[in-house]
Design a protein around this ligand. Structure first.
Ligand code: SAH
Length: 217
């Protein structure tokens, strides 16, 4: 089996084990296809290429990681991306999650607080042809008011509390998928569904472990 096929098989197995918590026994076909398309080995350091399709996070420098493939897949699925959507990502890192999203939606705006990571992700995404991703060096605690509202928001670093601007910048009908909790301690992945301007339904999905969301006031 090719490493990428092995990765998809492992993701699907984990999606199966966690179905009781996520409510999703299977990935949507579109998300599975996007995970098959994006070359994860192009998003890690050359010396880690052999591990690029293993189902765990890998270091990308600056104390940050490219998320576990399963986590990217399930978060993308929970976001319920549609081809006409404009999605905001907080925590661009390597750009891998942004590349997956770019195949599923019209436009991805991805914020990254670490300048060199923002620059290398921007350069990598352009080189690999993911032209509908805009990488912006900014503190995601404030969201990105300039292009709000967003049809979905995905956060790949954990704040201790949900930043209010993210809820404000979400369009009615949209999902905010975000890990919340103390640094490296018990964090919970939340699916926050903004049903209407005044009705928000928050669902705890899974126990997770993300790098902290830095920045803030
Ligand atoms: N989605 C990334 C995962 C990166 S890890 C990928 O696919 O590779 C989380 C990223 O969030 C790190 O790059 C970190 O620098 C960034 N980050 C942390 N706090 C942030 C903030 N306040 N605003 C924007 N990015 C932030």
């Amino acid at each position: 089996m090719l490493p990428i096929q092995q990765m998809i098989a492992e993701i699907e197995a984990e999606v199966g084990y966690t179905a009781g918590m996520t409510g999703r026994p299977e990935l949507s076909e579109q998300v599975r296809e996007a995970m098959r398309q994006v070359p994860r080995h192009m998003f890690v350091d050359p010396e880690l290429m052999d591990e690029a399709y293993d189902n765990y996070p890998l270091p990308i420098g600056y104390d940050q990681t490219i998320s576990q493939p399963y986590m990217v897949a399930i978060m993308t699925d929970l976001l319920e991306p549609k081809p006409h959507h404009r999605v905001l990502e907080i925590g661009c890192g390597s750009g891998y999650q942004a590349a997956i999203l770019s195949l599923l939606v019209q436009k991805v705006i991805s914020l990254e607080i670490v300048g060199p990571l923002a620059r290398s992700a921007r350069e990598r995404l352009a080189r690999l042809g993911y032209h509908n991703v805009e990488v912006i060096e900014a503190d995601g605690q404030f969201g990105w008011e300039q292009q709000a509202p967003y049809d979905g928001i995905i956060v790949t670093a954990a704040p201790e509390d949900i930043p209010q601007p993210l809820i404000d910048q979400l369009a009615p009908g949209g999902h905010l998928i975000i890990p919340v909790g103390a640094r490296y301690m018990a964090q919970e992945l939340l699916d926050i569904h903004k049903v209407t301007e005044d009705e928000v339904i928050t669902k705890g999905v899974l126990g997770v472990s993300f790098v902290p969301l830095t920045g803030g006031a």
